[in-house]
Write a protein that binds this ligand. Sequence first.
Ligand code: ATP
Ligand code: MG
Length: 239
Amino acid sequence: RASVKKITTGSQALDGLLGGGIETRTMTELFGEFGSGKTQICHQVSVNVQLPPERGGLSGKALYIDTEGTFRTERIKAMASALGLEPKEVLQNIMSIRAINTDHQIAIVEELQDIIAKDNSIKLVVVDSITSHFRAEYSGRENLAVRQQKLNRHLHQLVRLAEIYDLAVIVTNQVMARPDMFYGDPTVAVGGHTLYHVPGIRVQIKKSRGNRRIARMVDAPHLPEGEVVFSITNTGIRD
Ligand code: ATP
Ligand code: MG
């Protein structure tokens, strides 16, 4: 694991929970309810991956697969400015692709192999959200098996990209909050399952007071379980 690299999230507390930041060669699942901050973290890490290593980045580019139409160039620019980076340049280094349905989403990831093979400066792939199209198109119990099968294959392709090209993959997964979630089995939540069957790191994000958020590490193979608090501010993710 010595060759694994880390990308800062902008919060020391969240980085600490992650063992230093978002890891390359791994898929990180951010799951949580609406408005918990999954998309905000994806935006922030897409900016931060461009920072030089001494500032917690990988001097790399990001590829952002947007399935919900929530990618915001203005938000990227604000986050970039706050770090003293040139907003236009930062934006150019994030290739955002809108995926309109599951087949499109799957096709994009299949094509990534070629894109990344040609451009080894890509160090982050985001899929925000990994599950929304799948849930919409394969709703109902009778479709569950085929949905899981398709989603599994898609997820394993992403994991392979991370491993082969030494890049970080972040996927988001909206999972509705349940009062007993922190005490019961967190991998089985109302509104959907986390991606427990795929190798990687799972982090639950939960709303707290105001702009505060709680991040919780769930069944990580090599990281201690725990909870930290971070904030979503005008300038981005912070302690
Ligand atoms: P969903 O599951 O609906 O996609 P999400 O987990 O992706 O939700 P985000 O969109 O990341 O949630 O978070 C939205 C929240 O982020 C807002 O409710 C707000 O609290 C915070 N936020 C967004 N933009 C800003 C900003 N410019 N300044 C401060 N806070 C912001
Ligand atoms: Mg979102």
